[in-house]
Design a protein around this ligand. Structure first.
Ligand SMILES: NC(=O)C1=CN([C@@H]2O[C@H](COP(=O)(O)OP(=O)(O)OC[C@H]3O[C@@H](n4cnc5c(N)ncnc54)[C@H](OP(=O)(O)O)[C@@H]3O)[C@@H](O)[C@H]2O)[C@@H](O)CC1
Ligand SMILES: [K+]
Length: 511
């Protein structure tokens, strides 16, 4: 699914009105109706007091539509106008007049802190104060109102976006953002929903289709792509009857050092599970019997050194190489890395200590084969691209790095983001149970296994990240967050493939 900027969404709004020959008021009605339907389905007539806080722009207009429809259906509703400005939008005013037709109670005008109402913990708050039209941080009593609502225990539902967040710009004032329990957003998710600094304000969210112009959606270059099950299904490359193990390639896993051989074991088994035809592990001497006894299917080549890798040589040409997992940073290993990077026409996944070695020896960046895949976690990323001022600065630097070095950068996190040139792919599978040792080693094996089967580097990255997350979701479903170990993620890669084509669809997005 495409993610658009606030400016693109306003443009989509205008184009939709023109092409569908409808009024902007009708589009607002559609949006409000969708929120009402969601609420009505979930509340099913419950006698809860719903307090709707409306700004004076179109987000506030949506709030008024929602209020009118709820009142019409017998809900107990109190509507407030957060009157931070006299510049009320046309559709706010139209709906302000319309709500008079369904209730004798006028919306309550709020102009200062003295107007803050008492709210019970059992009430529900609907936040329609600011939408994607926010262009500066909320100030004064409006900022205080947001804090007042945050301090309250009542369930908070945000319309389109939690008030105080920018759809796709850095946040300046963390104390002026509504912390939603749930967000119902129109047409597409917003970029801020997925970035570490702003995602916590969003919690769970649903996307409500409001029928924006399909040609616009199809033909407009988005600011990011969201990768969920439908996208992953489209990436999957089916097998042919006459394919054989040679077709699925031969992965070389280079990793492990004394005390960290497990990293190579996890990557090797992940490469097998995702479908590589053959996997050879290149490990220090001390890893030989561990690899041979834990994964009999794997071939093993050992370095002449007992405890670390000093020279990587094979008697075959691998179809993909993953390097760095548990590798260590011995001087000889640095030289070995430099040498192996010069192998031609082999796609690389570069992880963990290989990334750290590169960060400490920046000249190695020049040896990175183009289209290599780098898989840093936040600490490793910082060492590679330098520090950043905020999430958007981080993405800007990551794009620049990807363009300059012609590499795919996978920024691991709650929502892992794959960066390729100026494009962003945001993964939606995965869960906090996957924050466990070896999880990254499994990911490197998965991606190398896909590369060896002929997936191109970008596809192998985006699809691999999704499958790894999906395997983690299945593992967590069986074991609970705390008990998941990296081996459980690997174990469930088969289930992730089966789940990819199972019928029920996940509707709810959650972080
Ligand atoms: N696009 C779509 O597809 C559809 C969109 N819809 C809905 O419209 C919403 C966007 O509405 P919107 O553009 O009217 O802006 P909104 O967020 O209500 O803000 C209102 C005004 O507040 C002002 N202002 C800004 N920051 C401020 C601050 N800190 N403190 C004080 N004032 C501040 C600023 O005006 P200014 O004062 O700068 O002139 C701004 O214009 C969107 O989120 C969705 O809910 C649906 O109805 C239909 C389909
Ligand atoms: K809002």
């Amino acid at each position: 699914m495409k993610i658009f900027s606030a400016a693109q969404l306003s443009q989509a709004d205008k184009i939709t009105i023109e092409k569908q020959d409808i009024t902007s008021e009708a589009l607002m009605e559609r949006a409000g109706e969708q929120v009402f339907n969601w609420l009505h389905t979930h509340l099913d007539g419950a006698p809860v007091t719903i307090r709707i806080f409306c700004g004076i722009g179109n987000n506030g207009g949506d709030g008024l539509v929602i209020g009118r429809l709820l009142i019409e259906h017998g809900y107990k509703v109190v509507v407030y106008v957060v009157n931070f400005s006299d510049k009320r939008s046309k559709n706010f005013l139209l709906n302000y007049n319309k709500i008079k037709n369904v209730t004798k109670d006028w919306p309550i005008l709020m102009t200062s802190q003295a107007d803050f109402p008492e709210i019970s913990d059992e009430d529900m708050i609907v936040d329609a104060i600011f939408g994607i039209g926010l262009n500066r941080s909320p100030e004064g009593w409006v900022r205080k109102l947001i804090q007042y609502l945050n301090a309250n225990q009542a369930f908070k539902l945000s319309v389109d976006i939690p008030s105080g967040l920018y759809a796709n710009l850095p946040l300046k004032d963390k104390e002026a953002v509504l912390k939603a329990d749930h967000t119902l957003t129109f047409q597409t998710a917003k970029l801020c929903f997925f970035l570490p600094e702003t995602a916590p304000f969003v919690s769970n969210f649903n996307i409500l289709e409001i029928g924006l112009d399909l040609d616009f959606i199809k033909n407009t270059e988005p600011i990011a792509q969201l990768i969920s099950k439908p996208e992953a299904q489209a990436f999957y490359q089916p097998r042919n009857k006459f394919d054989h193990k040679g077709t699925f390639g031969h992965v070389l896993i280079v990793g492990g050092s004394y005390g960290k051989i497990g990293a190579a074991v996890l990557s090797t088994s992940a490469a097998f599970k995702i479908g590589a035809g053959m996997v050879t592990a290149f490990v220090p001497e001390c890893g030989y019997s561990i690899l041979q006894s834990t994964i009999p299917e794997a071939m093993v080549i050992t370095d002449k050194e007992e405890k670390f890798i000093s020279n990587i040589e094979t008697d075959f040409k691998p179809s993909a190489i993953a390097i760095g997992m548990g590798l260590g940073k011995n001087k000889a290993t640095v030289a070995a890395l430099k040498k192996v990077l010069q192998l031609k026409d082999i796609p690389f996944v570069i992880d963990a200590d290989a990334l750290n070695i590169i960060s400490e020896n920046k000249s190695l960046l020049d040896f990175l084969p183009s289209n290599s895949i780098l898989t840093p976690h936040p600490g490793e990323l910082k060492r590679l691209i330098g520090t950043w001022k905020n999430d958007y600065d981080k993405l800007k630097k990551a794009k620049k790095f990807s363009e300059k070095h012609q590499v795919v950068l996978i920024i691991k996190g709650a929502y892992t983001i794959t960066v390729y040139e100026n494009k962003l792919y945001i993964n939606t599978s995965g869960n906090p149970g996957m924050g466990t040792a070896g999880s990254g080693d499994a990911l490197s094996g998965v991606i190398a296994g896909l590369l060896s089967q002929g997936y191109d580097p970008l596809l192998a990255s985006v699809f691999g990240v999704y499958m790894h997350g999906s395997a983690g979701d299945i593992a967590t479903g069986q074991l609970g967050f705390e008990a998941v170990m990296a081996g459980d993620i690997v174990e469930n890669i088969s289930e992730a493939y089966l789940e990819l084509f199972s019928r029920e669809e996940a509707h709810e997005q959650s972080q």
